[in-house]
Design a protein around this ligand. Structure first.
Ligand code: ZN
Length: 96
């Protein structure tokens, strides 16, 4: 018995990768192997465990809100369009 059995070598996952995989992990969109890596990392890394819990909480809250918050870039674009239009109206009103 030169080798230990039942101890598969699991490539380590970094905190950075946790950040990248957290959404897929919470959506259950990760493979078994990846999920095991994440679970193992969370078991030994309090920082990432807290981080994942926070993301899960935020996602729960966001899930309860109307769809409007889902596309911040869209709302930003809309706001810019609104500002541009308002500016044009002001110029017209001032007689330019
Ligand atoms: Zn970590």
């Amino acid at each position: 018995m030169a080798q230990e059995k039942g101890q598969p070598t699991i490539s380590e996952i970094t905190c950075q990768e946790i950040g990248r995989w957290v959404s897929a992990y919470l959506d259950e969109h990760v493979g078994d192997e990846r999920k095991r890596q994440i679970v193992l990392h969370l078991a030994i890394c309090a920082g990432c465990e807290t981080y994942v819990k926070q993301i899960a909480t935020v996602r729960d809250v966001v899930g309860l809100l109307p769809k409007a918050v889902e596309h911040p870039s869209d709302s930003h674009r809309l706001r810019q369009a609104f500002v541009a239009r308002t500016r044009r109206y002001l110029l017209v009103a001032e007689g330019h």
